[in-house]
Design a protein around this ligand. Structure first.
Ligand code: 5GP
Ligand code: MG
Length: 187
């Protein structure tokens, strides 16, 4: 049964089939790049909460063995889409990172502050290698340069929800990625 489109949604930017195909392509590329790696050496680190669905789908499509772990950062305050540039660590990974090949899995890179923070955090822990994957990027909004190794889609500067992404903790479970009507976040 198709999921009804909520009234708050302006338009669907990326439908289910489009996301699925791109995630498969990203998984193929990552599997090929990490070919031959051992399970204990490869760690995917998902950034909560937004990346949980992307991580789940990507992980199941990888043909190379790997472990998964999570990290949680402070997000924008509810009801707000303002950028502060300030990133705070709320929950760290449980895994040992030193000597492992680490792939940070993020939902979206916007200004770049979050990924830059995470990259520096993990770099300081002596991983064997460090790469980043983001399903979405908003290049027009970038304020700091970040190393992005795997990217799903470049999107325009609109607030998107669905496929793990939220607005005030709503809309995460929509199977597609959609732009919200401005009135929803403008109040
Ligand atoms: P950055 O630090 O790159 O500015 O922000 C990254 C974080 O901002 C993302 O992990 C995500 O939580 C949030 N973010 C940025 N743009 C969007 C968007 O369009 N929709 C949602 N749901 N979150 C976004
Ligand atoms: Mg996020």
């Amino acid at each position: 049964m198709p999921v009804p489109i909520p009234d708050s949604v302006d338009y669907v930017l990326l439908d289910e089939a489009t996301i699925e195909q791109r995630v498969q392509e990203m998984a193929d590329e990552i599997s090929s790049d990490y070919e031959g790696i051992r399970n204990e050496d490869f760690l995917l680190v998902g950034v909560l909460k937004g990346a949980f669905i992307f991580l789940a789908d990507l992980s199941r499509r990888l043909t190379v063995p790997h472990r998964v772990d999570f990290i949680a950062l402070s997000s924008y305050p509810d009801e707000e889409v303002e950028v502060s540039g300030a990133v705070r660590l709320i929950m760290d990974t449980r895994s040992d990172v030193a000597g492992r090949h680490v792939l940070i899995v993020e939902d979206i890179t916007d200004t770049g502050y979050t990924l830059r923070y995470l990259y520096r955090l993990f770099e300081a822990r002596d991983p064997a290698s460090l790469r980043t994957a983001a399903l979405l990027t908003k290049p027009d909004r970038r304020e700091v340069e970040v190393p992005l190794h795997y990217v799903g889609f470049s999107i325009p500067d609109v607030w998107v929800v669905g496929y793990g992404l939220d607005f005030a903790d709503r809309f995460r479970t929509l199977p597609y990625i959609a732009a919200l009507k401005p009135r929803v976040y403008e109040g």
